[in-house]
Design a protein around this ligand. Sequence first.
Ligand SMILES: [Zn+2]
Length: 427
Amino acid sequence: METQESLPAIEALEKMSREERQKYLDGRLRDLVAYAYEKAPATKARFDKAGIAPSAVSGIKDLENLPILRKDELVELYNANPPFGGLVTVPIEDLERVYVSPGPIWDPHHQSETFWRRLVQLVKALGFGKGDIVVNTWAYHLVPAGHMVDEGLRRAGVTVIPMGVGNTELQVQVMHRLKVTGFFGTTGFFMNIINKAEEMGHDVRKDFNLKLACIGGEMGGGPIRKLVEEKYGIATGDAYGTADFGFIAFECSEKTGMHITEDVIVEIVSPETEKPVSPGEVGEIVVTPIDETYPLIRFATGDLAGIIDEPCPCGRTALRITRLMGRVGDAVRTRGMFIHPRQLQPAFSQFSEISKCQAVVTRPGHRDDLTLKVELKSEEGVDKEKLIQQLSKTVGDAVRIKVDRVEFVAKGVIPEGHKLIVDERVY
Ligand SMILES: [Zn+2]
């Protein structure tokens, strides 16, 4: 693989034309495949099993011939061939740390330059740099999140306070006294700290120097982010990553989807056919990071998103992915289209007279049937016919499938903590 010195600068890559990026990534992919085939026995086995020679991968377009690699297969590989399932290209003694993720999977912490520089790119694009003091509340033990964010921030020139999770009172003190400018962690934990600060008598706007909180990563964080920005005057940022391959997408200042970082290939595929979906369609995120130490080629994340294929005003030319639309297992394929809870939720929430709503897919005869079960807050003053029409149209537009009927149900029929879509088909 190329050495650090021969890598083109990220700043140059960020402005590449589509053709230049394609050519660049095709080249990087060829090198990665050849290297991984030679150094990672599990990769060799995958290619051999699929009957594909490494030389047959001339670029991204050839990736779809290789079956995707799922997380449960990863666990099987780790179990069958300790310690690293034949997936890591260096011996354990060459690693700086080894994390313990559920599975168990032993995630390697290594120094591949392509891995770290995309994290630095992400940190800078979010808006952090020299002069920032950032509290990192991701966990520092077992899993990679804490150390990974820590190292990315430090490499971008940021001063890091390694808080980890918990100790909310101390978190408030630290933020206040050290004039902390940024936060990394979950949305829920950030709100715990903000609530604790108010409880302790602080005025968050006046007493704190917080300018940016990277609090993405949780489904449905939108309304909370709005609250953080409007009520407390703290900008929010979002990034996407997993323990397996690190961070691979980030929000720029435009906040319209997440740019894919450089040196990462992302495909959006149908979970059924494993082939790329048509542009604009939602599918599963499949990732091939250029990472010579831990080359996961066509790794399926289980997360659903779409590609935004329009130029971004920020000037970065990398494709963007939409916010996550849910997990593959949560989506219900109905009349050829995937329906995701994340598509339903904003549609349902437009109707203030509804207390609960659930989409139910059944199969009377040989056709998928989409029913919306609705629980009203109160029957009083509700024009049911009008509501049926409006709800059917709003939901139909959101999921791109016609709603067959709307059914009003009594209070309590839809349980608390219900799923937004259930599959009750019997074949
Ligand atoms: Zn942008």
